[in-house]
Design a binder for this molecule. Sequence first.
Ligand code: UD1
Ligand code: CA
Length: 491
Amino acid sequence: MTENALDSRLAVVILAAGQGTRMKSSLPKVLHRIGGRPLVGHVLDTARDLAPAHVVVVVRHEREQVAAAVLGVAPEVVVVDQDEIPGTGRAVEVALDALEGFDGDLLVLSGDCPLADADTLGAFVSEHRTAQADATLMTAVIDDPTGYGRIIRESDGSVARIVEQKDASAEEAAVTEVNAGMYVFAATALREHLPQVGTANAQNEKYLTDTVALLRRAGRRVAASVAEDATVTYGVNDRVQLSEVGRLLNARTVRRWQLEGVTVLDPATTWIDVTATLAPDVTVLPNTHILRSTSVAEGATIGPDTSLVDCEVGRGATVTRTDATLAVIGAEATVGPFAYVRPGTELGERGKIGTFVETKNSTIGEGSKVPHLSYVGDTTIGRNVNLGAGAITANYDDLTKHRTEIADEVHAGSHNVFVAPVRIGEGAKTGAGAVIRKDVPAGALALSIAPQRNIAGWVENNRPGTGAAEAAARARSAQEAGDGSQEAAHG
Ligand code: UD1
Ligand code: CA
């Protein structure tokens, strides 16, 4: 959505005061997340795209938590508190009080309906204005209307009233046209009629939906707009709907990137947060999660079985079966399979973090490789370094973390332990199995292993009767016989 000019005649009210009982959660419903944002965050984002003069969010249940989350992402929003009178009608009434003097159009949205996009809502507001209505409801026809308010129409097709699930007769409950919970009201009409709404219903709540019949009775114009795509109206009341709505949002996100030139092999098992960005010619393989502020540059291949959280992946890089968080992966670099890339990892261009490698708070320079079975933490590695299999940086001495520095062109042998703080100088080499406790000067070969000593016959002497002793004995007699025949041949 492009930046719109401010619409001074539009105010958006987002209802977020309800308890969300059906979620059975200690977290307020509107703070449950899909696509990398809380439910209410998606609604706020859409509201902002419409460039209204005011956005009001109504809170009550866990008000501190909800208000903090809202103001954290949208500080310009006005947060108002609902009092002890329950119901969506009361929520809108307190919002109207906060909008004193506003006589434009009020777009009412629910914090638990995250799928309505700005294009849909923009068109909805326009429809209301063109029809010069006092109220316009969004409705949808859905197969299973359970839980929603039903739209009861007159014989002439106009909307007569809305009846809630809990107040509906069997006949009314059979209606499949439902109230989406999104409305545009002329603020003045609503101010006049909302106070007349009572609480005599199955839930003892002041229903916003009751204003429809009241406005009709007062001779006001009530219009309805049937959503072409019913899914934009879906709300979250329980955790089944949370996953369904999450899947729909994700499908929309994946499709958007596909149309932007990203190959996604299996949309059903690919999860992309709305906050992530992907460049053309990126390939995403199955079971892959691209989350938070992750960005992936052109031509990179991610997956299968990979999770990237707040990562920056360079052009043409390959990340396979990897879990990475807050990491930078350079252009043409390769990561995985089976790598655990922790915060603060920076892998340079053409670098490699290979199989069963864990990294943390470390820079690995251009063209440098940590190919197999290693832990690299609190380390700075220069360019064109190669660490042998099983390299471990021992960065922790029970008290504090220390850094390891491995300069350009170092080639380390297999199974080295670098006991930090320690520095390996430019171009140095280390032997297999070395435990490096002291700095290695540039160009030196560092060895820390005592010479190997073989004690002949030890197993036969000390482990008689074992399979090992028998195998050793067989090898010894074969060796002796062989020596004999060799002697004969030479003889
Ligand atoms: C509401 C509608 C229903 C519609 C459905 C669409 C009413 C009476 N019913 O039902 O017709 O089909 O939405 O999704 O409006 N809230 C407050 N204060 C309150 C109660 C609720 O701010 O006192 C907020 C909630 O946080 C939520 C929204 O209003 O974001 C809707 O409340 P909810 O209890 O989910 O209403 P539904 O039963 O879904
Ligand atoms: Ca709801």
